[in-house]
Design a protein around this ligand. Structure first.
Ligand code: CAA
Length: 380
């Protein structure tokens, strides 16, 4: 039998996350969108409330609650604000390579102090010439004695400006393609590591995006994850979880847009009736509700496979492209239902639509995620 009910623990976590989101995040979401800044105080409170590092095992300073439970929490936070919640949840992806490829000693050395202090990290894969084609990174790691020297430039890196730790992917030999890519962990204070231009984005404006610049950074061999050439697989495995996380973020955003639309459609009267009772709007609401529910089920299904330690690459990709497409459609329909009010910056609806667009782009464009899912279908 399939049980769609949340456990008592999951319901308790959901309530903590919902209360936190409504009290600490929702009231300031519009302000952070207008004037983006680091939500340090909110991150500190989220950390104290146990809402960070959700799937990271407790021995490394995380909550260790599993991916389905994490999706429940993530949905709640993102229903309030995708940008601020993105900064709270960034370690899911950024610390993923350490959990996937690190030794016991490395996990304790890197993750424990970071997570105990409530600090955040960054996942540095993308470069100007290596976006969808992540295997073509040009950042070079050259071995010299007992250390590597890293040179290169990463772009569009989430949380780059504020991270205390960077998971960095570099090649030891470009001719080897993905098999030359190697993963390293770089603490912020390493000489030669700096951050560059902060991007001015259409949406998710307080979710920091910037360049990471590496100039002759000396990285001890002890900071390499796994063997040379294993980095690409670590990145892909971290992205499997990251994509379920983005799906949960998308569900939260879509749910918020749907709920606002429903409330409005019940109270906005035109031609003597609430607009939600006109079939044109009523059918839109029905489609929005079905889409949000479907996206949530795909997300939980992918999470449940991860929790059972079954390979879930295809399901993660499916959940990501489906849920983020749902977020785009539902937020666009929300603007339509609100009409002129939906388009004005005075209300949150237009922000929802701007925020949704990025979800179809990051952690693999939805075209790439369809490629991942489609490829797996043929191979399975
Ligand atoms: N788990 C384990 N292994 C995996 C894997 C996975 N999920 N995906 C691929 N691999 C393995 C393959 O099996 C293959 O191994 P073998 O050679 O031993 O068979 C190896 O990795 C190479 O795989 P591919 O041949 O499939 O590699 P590719 O060059 O064709 O690329 C791709 C595949 C799916 C297109 C990949 O490049 C990709 O995911 N691109 C998108 C990049 C991306 O998502 N970037 C996001 C940046 S981070 C971000 O956006 C975060 C943020 O800001 C919030």
């Amino acid at each position: 039998m399939i049980d769609f009910n949340l456990s008592e623990d999951q319901r308790a976590f959901q309530k903590v996350a919902r209360d936190f989101a409504q009290k600490e995040i929702a009231p300031v979401a519009m302000q952070f969108d207008k004037e983006p800044s680091f939500p340090g105080e909110i991150i500190k409170k989220a950390h104290a409330a146990g809402l960070m590092n959700l799937t990271c095992p407790p021995e490394y300073g995380g909550q260790g609650i599993g991916l389905v439970s994490a999706a429940v929490v993530t949905e709640e936070l993102n229903a309030a604000c995708v940008s601020i919640s993105g900064m709270i949840g960034i370690n899911t992806l950024a610390c993923g390579p350490i959990l996937v490829g690190g030794t016991e000693e490395q996990k304790r050395r890197f993750l424990l102090p970071l997570n105990q202090a409530g600090k955040t990290a960054a996942f540095c894969l993308t470069e100007s010439g290596a976006g969808s084609d992540a295997g073509s990174v040009r950042t070079v790691a050259k071995m010299e004695g007992n250390h590597y020297v890293l040179n290169g430039q990463k772009c569009f890196i989430s949380n780059a400006t504020y991270a205390a730790l960077y998971s960095v992917f570099a090649t030891i030999d470009r001719s080897k393609g993905t098999k030359g890519i190697t993963a390293f962990v770089l603490p912020r204070e390493m000489s030669g590591l700096s951050t560059g231009k902060i991007e001015d984005k259409m949406g998710q404006r307080a979710f920091n995006t910037a360049e990471v610049i590496l100039e002759d950074v000396i990285v001890p061999i002890e900071n390499r994850l796994g063997e040379e050439g294993e980095g690409f697989k670590f990145a892909m495995k971290a992205l499997d979880e990251g994509r379920v996380n983005i799906a949960a973020c998308s569900v939260g955003l879509a749910r918020a847009a749907f709920q606002a639309s429903l409330d409005y459609a019940k109270t906005r009267v035109q031609f003597g009736k609430p607009v939600g009772t006109f079939q044109a709007i009523n059918f839109m609401l029905a489609d929005m509700a079905a889409a949000v529910d479907s996206a949530r089920l795909l997300t939980w299904h992918a999470g449940s496979l991860a929790d059972r330690e079954v390979r879930y690459t295809r399901e993660a990709a499916q959940a990501k492209f489906f849920a983020s497409d749902v977020a785009m459609r539902v937020t666009t329909d929300a603007v339509q239902i609100f009409g002129g009010y939906g388009y004005m910056k005075e209300y949150p609806i237009e922000r929802y639509m701007r925020d949704a667009k990025l979800m179809q782009i990051y952690e693999g464009t939805n075209q790439i995620n369809r490629m991942v899912a489609g490829g797996a279908l043929i191979r399975e």
